[in-house]
Each structure stands twice: as structure tokens, then as C-alpha cells.
Design a protein around this ligand. Structure first.
Ligand SMILES: *Cc1c(COP(=O)(O)O)cnc(C)c1O
Length: 374
């Protein structure tokens, strides 16, 4: 059996929406873009939504709109996808990494205050694997120190923290979602910024569209901008998918539950931990952790040869070749992140993963542990 790591789930209604765009005249900046933006703004309790062409573009614009630039430091996690800290360098700012909590895998809030200094401008928490960061506690710290919060919600659309959605204005100044094909909902490529700060929203709208102003002057550029626009086909797909977000989250929850039930009887495997503050988990990937006696890399190679796609989510950002070479980070800098990252494995995970596929994956993991655990 071959089980892929992820697989998009495109419904007939999703296809119809895209075809609807293709049979009309407006392939960019049309009504679907507006509807998609409004839907996600509302879902997150925000006044504004700004669709862009990737999660990375969204993070870049949010950061820039908040005035973060040269010399600024942004507190963030090294246990994430590399884009969450790369965007800081786009603006001459830099990440100030703080290690993670060993259970939730999100930023260790206790360690944030000691890392705040003269140049700290913001905190950028990441909702890793769909589990919201400790947003309420981070908000408290940011208020004490006058820091902005940009939430990377690129893995957590639909999740709630203490009863409020990720991206809520009570938790951050802006948040960003992403829609690459392996995310909860997809637009192919795409992202979306949500905020309730009118000034930030205006700047993001302008900068995604070549720095154009409010008026009708297509060739007047008020500031440096980019082409970060989302096209209308992508927006139609995203809108249609977002309408069935509850259904999608339910399917994913079921898959995660089935995995966790089967793995509960397997020695040496730790299933995902859900924090008590996580009132609704939005499953992005299903990541297990292995006991240190198990050779994760050998097990991973073997699982691939058995048709089970899997990946070591994440390699710590500070140990990426570019970060090591450019900034001198080394092993040992963030011990919890490194320890966790040596033990994790993302298993096949998508809406319509069948019972048979799940059983096969769990069975192969079990067999692999017998081979590669001492
Ligand atoms: C997916 C993701 C992004 C954005 O990725 P794009 O490919 O640019 O859409 C950013 N941060 C995290 C943590 C992600 O998982």
C-alpha cells in the first residue's frame, strides 16, 4: 500500500466556484476575493481580511505594516517552518529565538521576558501543528512591554484558544493564515492577513498591490509595494473550502482520534498533546514522537520503503544551513527544540485518510519500532 503524506480534498462545489470565475471576465481582484476576506475576518473576530498570494507574503506585509524594520528584534520560536522567521530579514529585522515548551511544542512563555531587550519590537508566536500558542499569556507580556504581536496562524485556521479563535484581536495585532495544498483549506498557493487595526489593514492592502493608494489611479504608487495579490480562481477555491471548514475540521479530528486510539497501545510512541487552553484543535498534521531508544531516521527510511510517506517536522530553524552559516547558530543553542525535533515524525494525514490506510500506517510503525528500537 502507498499512503501519501497529504492529499487535497476538492469537492464538486469547490470546482464549480473555480469554473464560475473562469467563465467570467474577472480573474483578479473580483467578488470571490472580497467574500473570502470577509468570511475569514468574521471567523477570527476581525474587522479586516487581506488575501495575498502566500502565507509568507502575508507575514512579510503584516510585519512591515507594523513598522518593524532595521535593527528590530522579533521574539519567535525556532521550532517552525522557516518562513516565520525569514520574513524578518526581508525588512532588516531579526528573530530572537526562545525555546519551546516540551509538551505543546509552542513558544515557552516563561522564557519570553528574559529575552526582551531594547531592540525588541514584537512577538511572533506560531500555532505549531494547529495548536494555538499560549496566546493569552503572550498578550499579557506584550502589554507589559509595549510589543506588537503578529500571530503565525498558518497551521491553525479554525482553532480556538480559551474559547476565542486564533487571530482574534484580543490575542494579536494581526494574524496570518496560509493555504498551501497540505493546509486545512487550500487555494493552491495563498495566504490571508486578518487584523482589526485599520491602519495596518490599509497598508497591507496597498503594499500587496504595488503600493497603490485608495483612489482609482492605477499608475500612482504611494509607497514601495509588491505584487502579492491573490488571483480570483484561488480566492474562489478558498472561499468554497472555507464554507466547509467545520466539516473539514471534523474529518481531520476523526483521523487524529483514530490514530491516537491505535497508538495508545504502542510502546515508545507519544501522541500529540493538547493543551488545556486549546479549546478547539485544528489538526494540520499528525506528528508523533518516539522514545530516544528508537532510531527515528532509520525508522523513517524504512517506513518510506514500506509505502508510508513521512517527514521529520521540523528541522529547527536555527540549524538550517543558511542560519548556521549566516548567524553562527549551533547545536545546543535551543535544547528542547533540538531534542523534540530529533524525535518527531509527521505521518500521512488528510481529510479522507481511510480506516484501512490508518491501520496500515500504525501497523508499519509498530513493525518498524521492533526493528529500530533497542
Ligand atoms: C505554511 C506555513 C507558512 C506559510 O507558507 P506559504 O508556503 O508561504 O504559504 C508560514 N508559517 C508556517 C508555520 C507554516 O506552516
Amino acid at each position: 500500500m502507498q499512503v501519501p503524506l497529504s492529499r487535497p480534498d476538492i469537492s464538486p462545489a469547490d470546482r464549480d466556484s473555480v469554473m464560475d470565475v473562469l467563465s467570467g471576465p474577472q480573474l483578479s481582484m473580483g467578488p470571490y476575493t472580497k467574500k473570502f476576506e470577509q468570511l475569514l475576518a468574521k471567523l477570527s473576530g476581525n474587522a479586516y481580511g487581506i488575501a495575498v498570494n502566500s502565507g509568507t507574503s502575508g507575514l512579510h506585509l503584516a510585519l512591515k505594516a507594523m513598522g518593524i524594520g532595521r535593527g528590530d528584534e522579533v521574539i519567535t520560536t525556532p521550532f517552525s517552518f522557516v518562513a516565520s522567521s525569514n520574513v524578518m530579514f526581508f525588512e532588516g529585522a531579526a528573530p530572537r529565538f526562545v525555546d519551546i515548551d516540551e509538551d505543546t511544542l509552542d513558544l515557552s512563555v516563561e522564557q519570553i521576558p528574559a529575552s526582551i531587550g531594547q531592540s525588541t519590537a514584537a512577538i511572533l508566536p506560531v500555532d505549531v501543528f494547529g495548536q494555538p500558542a499560549n496566546l493569552a499569556a503572550i498578550k499579557k507580556i506584550s502589554e507589559q512591554h509595549g510589543l506588537k504581536i503578529i500571530e503565525d496562524g498558518c497551521e491553525s485556521l479554525g482553532a480556538t484558544h480559551l474559547g476565542k479563535p486564533v487571530g482574534h484581536p484580543d490575542y494579536c495585532d494581526a494574524a496570518v493564515y496560509a493555504f498551501y495544498p497540505n493546509k486545512q483549506i487550500t487555494t493552491g498557493e495563498g495566504g490571508l492577513i486578518v487584523t482589526s487595526d485599520e491602519h495596518v489593514a490599509k497598508l497591507c492592502v496597498s503594499m500587496r498591490n504595488q503600493g497603490r493608494g485608495d483612489g482609482d489611479h492605477w499608475l500612482l504608487h504611494e509607497r514601495l509595494g509588491y505584487n502579492y495579490r491573490m488571483d480570483e480562481m484561488s480566492a474562489a477555491l478558498g472561499y468554497s473550502q472555507a464554507l466547509r471548514l467545520d466539516e473539514i475540521m471534523g474529518l481531520r479530528e476523526n483521523v487524529a482520534e483514530r490514530y491516537s486510539a491505535l497508538f495508545s497501545a504502542v510502546d515508545g510512541v507519544r501522541t500529540p498533546y493538547i493543551a488545556k487552553e486549546t479549546t478547539l484543535m485544528s489538526w494540520f498534521v499528525y506528528v508523533v514522537r518516539f522514545d530516544s531508544r528508537i532510531d527515528r531516521d532509520a525508522l523513517m527510511q524504512w517506513l518510506m520503503s514500506e509505502g508510508v510517506s513521512c517527514r521529520p517536522y521540523f528541522t529547527p530553524i536555527h540549524l538550517q544551513p543558511f542560519y548556521r552559516a549566516e548567524f553562527g547558530y549551533r547545536e545546543g543553542d535551543f535544547p528542547v527544540t533540538e531534542k523534540v525535533s530529533r524525535s518527531t515524525l509527521a505521518l500521512p494525514f488528510f481529510n479522507r485518510l481511510s480506516d484501512e490506510e490508518i491501520s496500515y500506517v500504525v501497523d508499519r510503525v509498530k513493525a518498524g519500532i521492533e526493528r529500530f528500537g533497542q
